[in-house]
Write a protein that binds this ligand. Structure first.
Ligand code: CU
Length: 150
């Protein structure tokens, strides 16, 4: 009798923990800059908030609009800014990660279509141990940028 009760209690705790870590990443402000017709690459920036109690890992991205996508970061090496591919981005528990032109960015390679300003295109974010999350990326005009794109 007591044993059953303890088992039930344990199950309750386990379930409560599982649902606590199920909190979804919150994605905000996903955007890319428009591309020229001849341009084969583009970059996507966005903000990810982790409302959960566990770290989140963004492990990859799929986008219909590009043949390949990679997670990139910018490193300063010998005074030169260079892009480098990374396996994943960590978003700490209760923290946020901002992808921006000067740092981390999602690289779209071999674009199948030109990114036209004021349009949207879909992207799917793949987090470790989470269901994929679709987002809509807004294409911004280049003139509104700082003039710096990766
Ligand atoms: Cu890049």
């Amino acid at each position: 009798m007591i044993r059953t009760f303890i088992f039930a209690l344990t199950m309750f705790v386990v379930c409560a923990q599982a649902s606590a870590t199920e909190s979804l990443p919150v994605i905000k402000n996903a955007y890319a800059y428009e591309t020229a017709a001849s341009q084969k690459t583009g970059a996507v920036f966005l903000e990810i908030r982790n409302t959960g109690a566990e770290p989140l890992w963004l492990e990859g991205v799929t986008a219909e609009i590009a043949e390949t996508t990679q997670l990139h970061t910018n490193d300063m090496t010998d005074g030169i800014m260079k892009m480098r591919e990374v396996d994943a981005y960590e978003i700490p528990a209760g923290g946020r990660l901002t992808l921006a032109p000067t740092g981390h960015h999602i690289m779209l390679m071999n674009l199948k279509a030109t990114l036209m300003r004021n349009t949207l295109f879909p992207l799917i974010l793949h987090f470790k141990d989470r269901a994929p999350i679709p987002v809509e990326v807004t294409v911004r005009a280049l003139s509104t940028s700082t003039g710096k794109t990766p």
